[in-house]
Design a protein around this ligand. Sequence first.
Ligand code: AMP
Length: 126
Amino acid sequence: MAYVYDDQNIFAKILRGEIPNKTVLETDHALAFEDIDPQAPTHVLVIPKGPYVNFDHFAGSASEAEIAGFVRAVGQVAETLGIAEGSGGNGYRLLSNSGADGVQEVPHLHVHLCAGRVLGRMISKA
Ligand code: AMP
């Protein structure tokens, strides 16, 4: 099935500056900002600037520069927030929801970066 990107989604509006966000980091290829409804003491979303619906869309269609830029931005955010184990932090969880079973609400690729407490099991078994 072809990917159809809806340019009226909330994150597209954030990228265009139409609605505000609490920016943590901005690079040529990515924007990181605080989640409006945090599920952990630290909850940041990292999105690519290009119009990609989800991770598999991005993986299959983005350029090498976009992919490298996005992945490096995620690492940079972890460093910036002081949660990267490599620089003495306590770690984090990285998660990306896709589609109906993934319960994706916003159809623009994003990864959730959660930290600041022990986060428990990865997902519930139910
Ligand atoms: P997902 O279910 O993976 O699509 O998650 C979407 C996330 O976007 C949720 O955690 C929301 O709290 C978050 N969110 C929705 N609107 C905004 C917004 N305007 N600014 C920041 N985060 C948002």
